[in-house]
Design a protein around this ligand. Structure first.
Ligand code: URA
Length: 238
């Protein structure tokens, strides 16, 4: 594989950043500064160091994003800002896409990946990956309504939801919802079925991943090795 290709597929640098770094002698292959970004390297065997950092070859990328309000869960949109626009340029050529959707107004944990097979497995209705959301509604909820929510509700289009979890905080207007499915606007429509209205929705977990407390809204990072493994395991077993 060409050196500049390795640097772009690992999201180490854009092609022009790679060329610039080579010119300044800051890209080492097996301890030696290379003279051309087009040299061939073996990603599994050669030790490549870019500006002092070892380049780890990986077949896929897994990013966790704390989605802010106002962004749509798409790779492209003619009118709206997409979650992909929150990433630096070196990530834009990798073919990343959101694994599952959050509404434009929903905030919180979003997984971005270029691993189509993993996404397919995690999103398959058969697998029931659990998702947890912090919510707030307009009107207080009572125990009867929570019981209906837990049993499953009939939405306005006749769809019968699977049993869901709901834990209410003491204000009776906020709490945590747990879903094992992901229909369009599901939580909003479940609350509508109870003649209520969501005023705030934040996803705090997706399968084994939890929204990190130190990841501000709008920020993202690559998954740690442990998080990545937990996700791959979840896709295998669920
Ligand atoms: N349910 C919704 O209504 N919206 C979301 O974004 C996620 C779940």
């Amino acid at each position: 594989m060409r050196l500049d290709k390795l640097l772009t597929v690992t999201a180490t640098a854009t092609r022009s950043e790679a060329a610039r770094a080579v010119r300044t002698g800051t890209v080492l292959v097996n301890g030696r500064a290379v003279k051309s970004a087009s040299v061939q390297v073996d990603p599994e065997r050669d030790a490549v160091v870019y500006c002092g950092t070892k380049v780890e070859y990986r077949a896929h990328h897994y990013l966790i994003l704390n989605k802010p309000e106002g962004y749509v869960s798409a790779t492209e949109d003619g009118r709206e800002k997409t979650v992909l626009e929150l990433l630096p340029q070196k990530y834009t050529t990798l073919g990343l896409f959101p694994c599952g959707r959050l509404d434009k107004s929903t905030v919180g944990l979003m997984l971005l990946t270029d691993d189509g097979e993993l996404a397919h497995r995690l999103l398959s209705p058969r697998r029931h990956v659990t998702k947890r959301y912090l919510f707030r509604v307009k009107f207080p909820l009572n125990e009867g309504e929570c019981a209906q929510f837990r049993e499953g509700l009939v939405l306005e289009d006749g769809y019968e939801t699977k049993p869901a979890g709901i834990e209410l905080f003491s204000d009776m207007k906020s709490g945590i919802i747990t879903l094992v499915e992901g229909k369009y606007h599901q939580i909003k429509r479940m609350m509508q079925a109870l003649h209520n209205q969501i005023t705030h929705l934040e996803r705090i977990s997706f399968g084994p991943l939890t929204l990190p407390e130190d990841l501000p809204r709008g920020a993202w990072r690559e998954l740690t090795g442990e998080e990545e493994q937990s996700l791959l395991d979840a896709a295998k077993t669920v």
